[in-house]
Design a protein around this ligand. Structure first.
Ligand code: SAH
Length: 208
């Protein structure tokens, strides 16, 4: 897995160190433990949800430019893997998940593995106002448009990394940075994510 990350351009020593240290097998289903380090997304314990491909986690976390002691928000806890990688980069992490059972399992897992992550259950499209502002915010699901409430929870110099849907089936990983009180956005390339569902996201599907 590490060779593949380096081959695909991950350069940050902190991110590589974190990816090498977080035990991914603890975050996947029992049946998938044997290929926990394959570079692909794997199912987690909720319909249609996945733990992201390691390369995508590394790309997102590298784009956050985390520094030791940063306050970071992870939207869409899922298994808690990305939150753990962010904490392993030295950040104090707040993570929010809309599916209660996932939030609970991830919170227990992260506590057991002793990562500095506080898990909330709820709609992360509105951020976590009681813990804002943040130096960095990662969104682990695809948003229909720029999530403004999240951008408003950044400190000056803060970074928001979010996949935004450009057309059906095509997302663009986008980084927004607050510079001199203005939002600067840049595109980091195409990506695939599950939909972000909530007040400033997509509507809940009938099957949800
Ligand atoms: N980063 C996670 C995987 C994220 S999958 C990991 O490392 O395992 C995307 C997650 O976002 C799913 O668990 C989904 O339930 C959650 N999600 C979708 N919309 C959300 C919202 N509005 N607020 C919080 N979580 C949301």
């Amino acid at each position: 897995m590490m060779a593949s990350l380096i081959e695909h351009g991950i350069r940050s020593p902190a991110v590589l160190h974190a990816m090498a240290g977080v035990p991914r097998e603890e975050f996947v289903l029992e049946a998938d433990r044997d290929h926990a380090y394959a570079d692909r997304a794997l199912p987690i314990d909720a319909p249609g949800q996945t733990i992201s491909q390691p390369l995508m986690v590394a790309v997102v976390v590298e784009a956050l430019e985390l520094h030791e002691g940063d306050r970071a928000l992870d939207v869409g806890t899922g298994s808690g893997y990305q939150a753990a990688v962010m904490a392993a980069c030295g950040a104090h992490v707040v993570s929010i998940e809309r599916v209660g059972s996932l939030a609970q399992t991830a919170a227990e897992r992260l506590r057991r593995l002793q990562y500095d992550v506080e898990v909330f259950e709820g709609d992360g499209t509105l951020g976590v106002p009681e813990r804002a502002p943040f130096d960095a915010i990662a969104v682990g699901a695809a948003a229909p448009r720029l999530p403004v409430a999240l951008a408003r929870q950044l400190v000056e110099g803060g970074r928001l990394v979010v996949p935004i849907t450009e057309n059906p089936g095509g997302e663009e990983l986008t980084r927004l940075r607050l510079v001199d009180g203005r939002w600067q956005t840049e595109s980091l390339g195409p990506c695939r994510f599950v939909p972000l569902i909530g007040a400033d996201g997509y509507e809940v599907a009938d099957t949800d």
